[in-house]
Design a protein around this ligand. Structure first.
Ligand code: SF4
Ligand code: MG
Length: 321
């Protein structure tokens, strides 16, 4: 499949009152047509800033892209004007969030909101839009969609709100979906059904997906490829099978040891020791070194570069140099 989204050396800086912070540092990866890409890491690692850069949703100021390119279908998003960006957000790339209330307006019925988007973005008539909304609500598994059309967001349960937000995201036939922790706030069984729903929509419409999560276990069955982020860098990149079978970076190994596994008799999970990196004063060398049990002298001095360790499997760690 051809590449749809290519991030090349993306570097995003925030100028805050407390100081300057590089939230995304030299991030490069490619997502192909139909591919599902999991972006995994702790909160504050730069996952959401990376994803929002694709939609150009990071407020500027205080954020600034200081280096790199974001090619979407071959065109650099960073060169686009505001009207091109509106077109891109409305029709080609859609995003779902952890909190549906941030995407859905509480004072309009969900039917009115989604049909407004359809009329604005696709020029549908009122009647066409209404029919399409009912189809969409049914597609994402909302029971009696015709009668739910006139409901407000608060009249839906947490899981149903996520379905409504997904319907909104799918309304304009995007080719690319970005899901930022869409299941984190839900309980485990609802998480699984929403994940399954997203996966089936991706397959059905041959979309590409970036799925953001702090839980490596969540992407095991959802994503083809995984990028692990730590403290603004991608530290490991490879196929999901490779990452689970042969994790190269100590941080990825730590993430794997901290997820519950059904296939072993493991009694205790081992959280990664140490504190999350302070991004305003990151350590020299490998940013993971204060927490790494395998750290060597070089790790405190030199930032490890991304290296292809086995075909298609990359890691940024001095153990693999
Ligand atoms: Fe650990 Fe060194 Fe690898 Fe960083 S570069 S993860 S400190 S071994
Ligand atoms: Mg986030």
């Amino acid at each position: 499949a051809e590449p749809v989204l290519q991030l090349e050396d993306l570097t995003v800086r925030f100028q805050l009152k407390r100081g300057r912070l590089t939230a995304v540092d030299g991030v490069s990866f490619t997502v192909h047509r139909g591919e599902t890409f999991g972006l995994v890491g702790e909160s504050g690692s730069g996952k959401s800033v990376t994803a929002r850069s694709v939609m150009r949703l990071n407020p500027s100021p205080p954020s600034e892209v200081v280096r790199g390119r974001i090619l979407f279908e071959g065109e650099n998003i960073l060169d686009k004007n505001d009207s091109d960006m509106r077109e891109l957000r409305g029709k080609r790339v859609a995003m779902v969030f952890q909190e549906p209330m941030s995407a859905l307006n509480p004072v309009y019925t969900v039917g009115a909101q989604i049909s407004d988007a359809l009329r604005t973005n696709l020029g549908m008539t009122k009647k066409e839009a209404q029919e399409r909304v009912i189809d969409l609500l049914s597609l994402v598994g909302i029971p009696s969609p015709a009668s739910r059309f006139k409901n407000y967001v608060h009249e839906f349960s947490g899981g149903m709100r996520q379905r409504v937000m997904l319907a909104m995201a799918l309304s304009c036939d995007p080719t690319f979906l970005i899901a930022d922790e869409p299941t984190t706030a839900l309980d485990v069984t609802i998480q699984a059904t929403i994940l399954e729903l997203i996966r089936s929509m991706i397959d059905r419409f041959n979309m590409s997906l970036i799925f953001i999560t702090h839980n490596l276990g969540v992407v095991a069955h959802t994503c083809d490829t995984i990028g692990v982020m730590y403290a603004s860098h991608i530290v490991e990149l490879g196929s999901t099978n490779e990452i689970f079978a042969n994790p190269l970076h100590p941080y990825t190994q730590g993430l794997l040891n901290s997820i519950p596994r059904l296939d072993t008799q493991q009694k205790f999970l081992t959280p990664i020791k140490g504190l999350v990196c302070n991004m305003l004063e990151p350590p020299n060398g490998c940013k993971f070194h204060p927490r790494c049990e395998q750290a060597m002298d070089i790790c405190t001095q030199e930032i490890p570069q991304m290296k292809e360790v086995t075909p298609g499997h990359f890691a940024a760690c001095h153990l693999h140099n």
